[in-house]
Structures are given as structure tokens and as C-alpha cells.
Design a protein around this ligand. Structure first.
Ligand code: FE
Length: 458
């Protein structure tokens, strides 16, 4: 059970008011619908009376919504950061066997209820004597929903399968890979005595949450028909065809509106021709959309994965003039523009010489190597400090300024951190919509506290 949480109750009260407003129910109408005594709805929506599970069930029965629509998130990082110590990770250790042999030791690292990360520290227990992907000692999984960013420490062999294609990639410390959902994979060690482990940072991103629930209701057929191709050449015509159907246009009408010939728009929708910049401008105008809505995603994945070896990774100092950090770019993919994977060497040894890092993304961090690091962050108008040791991990909420300093580490060796930043559900579409709201809309969007009209009439 959860402890009493006034903020959770306040968010529940705001969701109830927002739902009643959406359904155009004033207090009296809501009380009638929900079987509540007069005056009760105001008490519920101002937080005087807690919203009970029973009330949610009743609302889901009589109103066209689901219980989930009235349920707020649990906030387990109210001060912006949640730290998990190496000892807590160790305490979560469990060994999983595959085919009767111990294969992996798993340990949890920092997770938060407000982000889709499920980051695990995983030690490889199966040694191999070759780099053969068909080695029978390699135990494959069935793949999983979550995207997986993996950071390698030690002599780890990485195996991945995509259709009929199987591969083994020998990895070393600092190498990384980013992989697509449901691709089977496995890991072994090339050494029985050297440390060999990975940070398997899985996350659901846009795939978990509301989209998954909506498609589960719509069913497999609708889900299949909703698929847009992932390859650039096929994606652009598919997007165009989707808008033509959505707008109920004929190709003749689209040609007439865009000033292109019927043969030209036919070739574009068939994918026989890729649109030029000029075509895109005309089509966007004709469809009443933005050019970006017609643009295909880009990917660099090959066989479902994007591998980045440490030796060829890009490195840079930050800030350029008086560096507080040295960043290394780790594996990622253009199809996930809001994911950033970085290794950080902390060069600053004082707050004065350090540099604040702030992002719209959720941030996961893990202390690599054997040097401690001090994390400072600002939340609620206050500055907070956590001294992190090797193996500690943390979650930092979006828009929380954070800073790292080498504190208590050997002067010759910089502390090293792994950062994985991901987007939550507040994507550019949502963020532009926030910018488009009428004045004072934002505050009511996150905490609806009033009826949508004044009962006194103005
Ligand atoms: Fe995995």
C-alpha cells in the first residue's frame, strides 16, 4: 500500500474535474451521474474528499472513459532525482538459468514510476571459446518489447538475430549498441575470470502506455493496418497515401490543389518517385499540413541494431572553452531523435568549474569505473547534493538542472558516468500544443481546478 500522498490526491481531484469539464457536466449533473450527495462533487474536485477506487469504477461505468483516464501517476522522484545505491542493486541480485545452466546475474538499477526505463546490470555467466553465433552454448531469448540500449564492460560477446540473419559481435569496454523491439539476442563472456557485464538499459518510449492500450483494444487487424514502413523509400509514399485517405481526396483533386500533374502525384503515392523539396511544399499546402508530416524517419540500424565501438566514437569537450566534461557519443538511431546515450568523463573538480546540464529528456545515469562523483541538482528552488559511488545509479527528471563534479576521486583519473536520456510522452507535438494554448491554459492543463464556466455568468 502507498503512504498517504496529498499530491497524488490533488492530481486525482484535478483529473476528475477535467473529465467532468470535457463531458460538459457541472457539479449537479456529475453528482446525478455518479450517485453522489449534493455538494460532494465540489469536495472531491477541490481535494477535500479523496477520490476512491469505487468512485473511479462508477465513473468508468457511466461515463465514456476508462479508470486509467482518472488515475494520476505515482511520483517517486518528488525532489527531481531518485538514487539507487550499489548495495540496493546488489540486494536485488537474481541468477537466471537457461536450459539448466546459470546464464545471467541480473541486478536492478535506478528506475522511476514517471519514466519508461527498466535498466538492469547484467553479468554474463556463460563463457565461450569462439565468436560463432551458432555456438550451442549461446542461449537466445525470444526478444522483448522494450528498446534496448546496451553498454559493454569487459570481454562480452553480443549476439543478435533479425529474420534469418544471425551475428556475433565481440565487444569491449565502452562499446554500445541500440536495438529494435522483439529482436532475439544473447550475451556471453569470452573470459571465465575477467569481469564481463552489461548495462542493459531497456525503455518503452512511445510504444508503452496509451498507444499500446489503444491498439490492444482496436485489435491485431487494425494494428497491422496502422503499420507505417520503417524504410525511408517506403515511408514517404505511405505517409502521403495515409493523408490522401484521411482527407478523402482523389488523386485528381490532389493534383488540382497542388498544381502537380495526376501522373506525378500517382508516382509519388505509389512510391515510384521520391518527392523533391518543391513537391513536399506543394503537397503540404494542398493537404493543409506541415511538410514535416510528410517526412520519413531515418534509421542507421542494420539487422535491427546500431552498433557503436568505443574506438570510433565521437568525443568532445563541454563547454568548449573551459571543459567541465568530456563526452563520448554512444549508440543510438536517428529514428529515436529524443534518445541520447553519452559517456561522461567528469573533468571539473569544483562546482565553480563545473557546468549545469538541463534537458527536456528523462535521464538515467550509472557511475562507471572506480571513481566517485558528486551530483548536484536544483529542484523546488533548492540545491541538492548526492555523493555517488561506483555502481550507484540515479534517475533525473526532465528540466531538472544537474551538475557533476569529481569529488574525492584520484586527481589523475576522472570519474566516468553513463547517461541515457530518453523522451517520455511529452513529445514535440505535445510541447508545440502547450505553446499554442491560450493564456493560463498550461496551469489548468496540469491541474484543472475549476468548472469551465463561471456559474454567476461572467
Ligand atoms: Fe534484452
Amino acid at each position: 500500500m502507498f503512504h498517504p500522498d496529498p499530491d497524488f490526491d490533488r492530481r486525482a481531484a484535478a483529473l476528475l474535474r477535467a473529465a467532468a469539464n470535457d463531458l460538459k457536466r457541472d457539479d449537479t449533473a456529475a453528482e446525478r451521474d455518479l450517485g453522489l450527495a449534493p455538494g460532494t462533487f465540489a469536495e472531491l474536485t477541490c481535494g477535500e474528499r479523496p477520490v476512491s477506487w469505487d468512485l473511479l469504477s462508477r465513473a468508468a461505468r457511466v461515463w465514456p472513459l476508462s479508470e486509467r483516464d482518472l488515475l494520476p501517476l505515482r511520483d517517486d522522484a518528488p525532489r527531481g532525482v531518485r538514487v539507487m545505491r550499489a548495495e540496493e542493486s546488489f540486494a536485488s541480485s537474481r541468477t537466471l538459468s537457461r536450459g539448466g545452466v546459470d546464464y545471467y546475474e541480473y541486478r536492478d538499477t535506478a528506475m522511476s514510476r514517471i519514466a519508461s526505463y527498466r535498466p538492469e546490470w547484467i553479468r554474463m555467466l556463460q563463457p565461450v571459446g569462439d565468436n560463432d553465433p551458432l555456438n550451442p552454448e549461446v542461449r537466445w531469448n525470444r526478444g522483448h518489447l522494450l528498446y534496448q540500449f546496451t553498454y559493454f564492460v569487459g570481454p562480452v560477446n553480443y549476439y543478435h538475430r533479425w529474420g534469418d540473419h544471425v551475428a556475433c559481435v565481440p565487444m569491449s569496454t565502452g562499446d554500445s549498441v541500440w536495438g529494435l523491439p522483439f529482436a532475439p539476442h544473447s550475451f556471453t563472456t569470452r573470459s571465465a575470470d575477467e569481469p564481463a557485464y552489461i548495462l542493459a538499459l531497456t525503455y518503452g518510449g512511445e510504444l508503452v502506455g496509451d498507444a499500446q492500450r489503444e491498439l490492444a483494444v482496436l485489435g491485431a487487424d487494425a494494428a497491422r493496418k496502422s503499420v507505417l514502413p520503417f524504410t525511408e523509400d517506403a515511408a514517404a509514399p505511405a505517409l502521403l497515401r495515409a493523408f490522401v485517405l484521411a482527407r478523402a481526396l482523389t488523386l485528381e483533386e490532389l493534383a488540382d490543389r497542388s498544381g502537380l500533374t495526376v501522373a506525378h502525384v500517382t508516382a509519388l503515392t505509389d512510391g515510384e518517385r521520391q518527392p523533391t523539396e518543391g513537391d513536399l511544399g506543394r503537397l503540404a499546402e494542398a493537404l493543409g499540413i506541415s511538410i514535416r508530416d510528410l517526412l520519413a524517419p531515418r534509421t542507421t540500424t542494420d539487422g535491427g541494431v546500431a552498433v557503436r565501438h568505443a574506438a570510433s566514437a565521437r568525443r568532445w569537450h563541454y563547454p568548449a572553452d573551459s571543459p567541465a566534461y568530456r563526452f563520448t557519443e554512444l549508440a543510438g538511431d536517428p529514428s529515436h531523435p529524443h534518445t541520447s546515450a553519452l559517456e561522461v568523463e567528469v573533468l571539473a573538480d569544483s562546482v565553480a568549474s563545473a557546468s549545469w546540464l538541463t534537458t527536456y529528456q528523462h535521464t538515467y545515469l550509472y557511475v562507471l569505473g572506480d571513481q566517485p562523483v558528486r551530483l548536484l541538482w536544483e529542484a523546488g528552488g533548492e540545491r541538492h547534493i548526492a555523493d555517488l559511488r561506483p555502481g550507484d545509479s540515479a534517475y533525473v527528471a526532465p528540466q531538472v538542472p544537474a551538475l557533476f563534479v569529481s569529488e574525492g576521486s584520484e586527481p589523475t583519473e576522472a570519474a566516468r558516468i553513463l547517461l541515457l536520456r530518453i523522451a517520455g510522452t511529452v513529445r514535440p507535438e505535445v510541447r508545440h500544443a502547450l505553446g499554442a494554448m491560450a493564456e493560463d491554459g498550461l496551469q489548468r492543463y496540469i491541474n484543472e481546478d475549476r468548472l469551465w464556466y463561471a456559474t454567476e455568468g461572467h
